[in-house]
Design a binder for this molecule. Structure first.
Ligand SMILES: Cc1cc2nc3c(=O)[nH]c(=O)nc-3n(C[C@H](O)[C@H](O)[C@H](O)COP(=O)(O)OP(=O)(O)OC[C@H]3O[C@@H](n4cnc5c(N)ncnc54)[C@H](O)[C@@H]3O)c2cc1C
Length: 516
């Protein structure tokens, strides 16, 4: 198997998601009981196979007088949600009185509040690492991975796929033979499908909707260890305020979007909407706009549903066989939460169509329950953390264990073999040199953006990782991995990336010179 990714792994929609592993309470409104059940089962599985990345998350759902979803409806929805998650390890929901909710969330707007609910879902703080670990697992089972490599053409001869042509970012081109091609290009899916040669252009399969988030510094009255799932007062859409990575993730929006997915960015109206809804929910917050550190926007690749309101389009995935090009399949829609069940369904489809042995279905199911390479929990995790404290110090150890899990053992052995890698990237930096070398050599990272944003995960901090980026560039020059010109180019690209995500006011105040 070969995986080609035009940019970096998880650089698309995945890194712009709300980072929840959830059943999708909202989908109950649209009668999607099957999707909710599947998602809840997957939530449970991910808590088991990736306990270092996926953690239980408590959520509060406040109910206000005159809301679109009254208390009885919320109570019914919660009961069905619990029912559909039979066999779960997370606690059941509880309905709360107004006073009980305010006791738990003193910063919440009290006017018109009639009560609320408390329930559990899960959070994957870094879905980027979830993707990396799935690829590490795939590679351990024989897959090859090429990042910064675009599939430029799906080659079809006499109605059958025969291969894929690709082009690397640095210009090299090539072709790989294939009996079967899975187009999993998310919101780019129709563009990739259009590159099928020898077949008529396909009908568009995807409806794109843009969803944006604000990343906000902690604010007065913010919930500390739980998320809030509220109904927006202006339009009744549900939105989240989620504690994340020491900051808050606030979103999302849902707007039809037909542009280049790589260019999606929050617009002024979305920013104003998310700010005003959060300020309304937490009146003592002291202003949200000033606390916005950066923003994220991504495009949902939903199954094409003309004339439907974006919020009403199903979040279910569809596996579309291209009849005019036997062996080509496009994956339309879906959620992060259900990636495993989607993969198993793709395998089953390939086996049914004769592209994989029937035994693949059983293997897919068994492997689906295998833990990811970094999976570690309980005493084993404590022991690893103690070892990491001994090698790298306490603050660093905590971050390493929750970013890499068991993969941190590899960092320990690499640093022991090459003591110069045990050092921080720069004096006082939280980033270790060994992380950089590991990501470049073993996790398909190429650029400074890949390293900071999708491997070591320090790029998602309050300063968008600008300090760590400078330290990383300098360390890679000192280690002889990059020359000074390459490091300067990488840093300049990182700054441009930060500028595209950071609120202009914050950027001008906080950025410093590019010198390394
Ligand atoms: C705002 C928002 C919030 C969300 N929140 C949640 C949530 O909380 N929980 C949840 O479960 N789901 C959530 N989702 C849905 C979830 O993010 C997506 O279902 C999931 O990330 C899709 O992953 P993907 O790999 O299919 O797409 P992507 O992550 O977009 O990956 C597709 C990849 O294909 C690559 N590509 C494109 N063209 C080519 C080419 N020609 N050659 C090679 N590579 C190519 C792209 O570079 C990209 O990296 C959310 C989505 C959005 C937009």
């Amino acid at each position: 198997m070969l995986v080609v990714e035009q940019d970096d792994v998880a650089s698309g929609t995945t890194s712009a998601s709300t980072r929840l592993i959830h059943g999708g309470l909202r989908y109950l409104e649209h009668g999607e009981l099957g999707l909710v059940r599947e998602s809840l089962r997957e939530r449970e599985a991910l808590l088991t196979i990736a306990p270092h990345l996926v953690e239980p998350l408590r959520l509060y759902l406040p109910i206000y007088r005159g809301a679109r979803r009254p208390r009885w409806q919320i109570r019914l929805g919660m009961a069905i949600y619990d029912l559909l998650s039979w066999g779960k390890s997370l606690p059941r929901h509880r309905m709360l009185s107004r006073d009980a909710l305010l006791e738990r969330l003193p910063g919440l707007a009290a006017e018109g509040l009639v009560g609320g609910a408390c329930y559990f879902d899960a959070q994957v703080a870094f879905p980027e690492r979830l993707v990396v670990e799935n690829l590490l697992d795939a590679a351990a089972h024989g897959a090859a991975v090429m990042t910064h490599t675009k599939a430029t053409r799906i080659v079809v001869e006499a109605g059958r796929v025969t291969g894929v042509e690709w082009r690397e970012a640095r210009g090299a081109t090539g072709r790989v033979s294939a009996r079967c091609v899975i187009n999993a290009a998310g919101p780019w899916l129709d563009r990739v499908a259009a590159s099928v040669t020898g077949a008529p252009p396909p009908v568009a399969l995807v409806d794109g909707t843009k969803g944006s988030h604000l990343v906000v510094a902690p604010f007065p009255g913010a919930p500390t260890s739980a998320a809030v799932y509220a109904e927006a007062a202006s339009d009744g859409r549900p939105f989240f305020v989620v504690p994340w990575n020491g900051l808050y993730l606030i979103g999302t929006t849902d707007l039809r979007y037909a542009g280049d997915p790589g260019e999606a960015a929050i617009d002024d109206a979305e920013l104003a909407y998310l700010v005003s809804e959060t300020e309304r929910l937490f009146p003592c917050c002291g202003g949200i706009a000033e606390r916005v550190l950066y923003t994220q926007a991504g495009v949902r690749a939903l199954p094409r549903t003309p004339n439907a309101a974006p919020g009403a389009i199903t979040r279910r995935h569809v596996i579309q066989a291209h009849r005019e090009a036997r062996g080509v399949y496009s994956i339309v829609g879906g959620k992060l939460t259900t990636y495993r069940s989607l993969a198993a369904q793709v395998l089953a489809r390939l086996a049914r169509d004769g592209f994989a042995p029937a035994s693949t279905i059983a293997v897919g199911r068994e492997r689906g329950d295998e833990r990811l390479p970094g999976a570690i929990a309980g005493r084993e995790r404590d022991a690893l953390q103690a070892e990491l404290i001994g090698a790298f110090g306490a603050p660093c150890a905590h971050r390493l264990v929750w970013t890499y899990g068991r993969i941190a053992e590899r960092l320990l052995s690499d640093a022991a073999a090459r003591p110069e890698l045990a050092l921080p990237a720069a004096p006082g930096s939280a980033l270790l040199r060994v992380e950089l070398v590991h990501a470049l050599e073993s996790e398909w990272a190429v650029s400074l953006i890949d390293l900071l944003q999708r491997r070591v995960m320090l790029g998602l901090g309050a300063d968008f990782g600008l300090d760590a980026a400078r330290a990383a560039a300098r360390a890679l020059v000192e280690l002889g991995v990059w020359d000074a010109a390459r490091a300067a180019d990488e840093l300049a690209a990182y700054r441009r990336h930060a500028e595209a995500h950071r609120a202009a006011a914050v950027l001008s105040a906080a950025t410093r010179a590019d010198a390394i």
